[in-house]
Design a protein around this ligand. Structure first.
Ligand code: IUR
Length: 287
């Protein structure tokens, strides 16, 4: 009843902020303040074939950022990063906060899900939205995404708001309202937030499906892969480097990203990530 009420009546900004805080305070937060590198993350509202996180997280970590990425499962018709990661045999997306923090300190990246410790309210409501047809609600999306990102202890965030007939929000105007709401919530918590609206009028890349998307991500991490995927990964990762202040110019950031994809640096980080989360790295080496 609550979800339907929010879905049909909407919320004003103060209510959206309160809902986000309620989600956030339903669990603990990662405290990464003693890790001496910029902590920056990216989140997408989801689309068809959107495998950006699988490439971007290891790429960004290989360039000196800490990426404490809390992802979600499939929602509506869009795939979930956690489900894609779990298609790597052995890969674990749950664990204790202490373990993830140790991993972020050691290799600069962890990719995990909401747990009993971390934003448990989003974990439950996310699953409920999926089965009550209340996914495409701007207040519910805002609280879901921003509570996860605020629980990560990040300094900055890049948002990829998908728009088009394969996205959760089809209309550009709605996507803009969502982007602005998420930026305002982030800023209310003192975070640097940048938002992109990117097209979901066609699938991203050529492969769709959990393992197939891992496969295409590996191609991209080895310097190949389709151009649309590569372009979006490079643009969003470059924005993360700029937010962190690690580079001054977008063009330099682009060059660094392309080079790390080309020379195997990002791929090596992917292997470290998979091993750290108990995945079988043979499947990454030889998909
Ligand atoms: N990703 C999330 O974490 N939450 C949402 O509501 C959507 C995408 I849509």
């Amino acid at each position: 009843a609550f979800l339907l009420a929010v879905y049909f009546r909407g919320m004003n900004f103060k209510e959206i902020l309160s809902l986000t805080e309620a989600y956030l305070h339903s669990g603990k937060r990662l405290d990464l303040s003693d890790i001496p590198v910029p902590k920056i993350d990216k989140h997408s509202t989801g689309g068809v074939g959107d495998k950006v996180s699988l490439v971007l997280a290891p790429l960004a970590a290989s360039l000196g950022l800490a990426v404490p990425m809390i992802s979600g499962r499939g929602l509506g018709h869009t795939g979930g990063t956690l489900d894609k990661l779990e298609s790597i045999p052995g890969f674990k997306v749950s664990g204790s906060l202490t373990r993830f923090k140790k991993q972020i300190r050691r290799i600069g990246v962890a990719m995990f899900g909401q747990t009993e410790e971390l934003v448990p309210a989003d974990r439950k409501i996310y699953a409920l939205r999926d089965v009550t047809a209340t996914v495409d609600s701007i207040p519910l999306i805002t609280a879901s995404i921003m509570s996860k990102k605020l629980a990560e202890g990040i300094d900055g965030l890049v948002l990829d708001v998908k728009v088009g007939n394969g996205a959760v929000l089809v209309e550009q105007q709605q996507a803009e309202i969502l982007a602005k709401n998420m930026m305002k919530v982030g800023q209310a918590f003192g975070k640097k937030v940048v938002a992109y609206l990117t097209s979901m009028e066609q699938p991203l890349g050529l492969k769709i499906g959990n393992w197939l998307e891992v496969e295409e991500s590996i191609e991209c991490l080895q310097g190949g892969g389709p151009d649309d995927l590569k372009e979006l990964v490079v643009e969003l990762t470059a924005e993360m480097l700029l937010l962190a202040g690690l580079v001054k110019k977008k063009i330099t950031a682009h060059r660094k990203c392309r080079q790390a994809l080309q020379d195997g640096t990002a791929f090596k980080k992917m292997l470290q990530l998979v091993r750290a989360q108990r995945g079988n790295s043979q499947f990454i080496r030889n998909p």
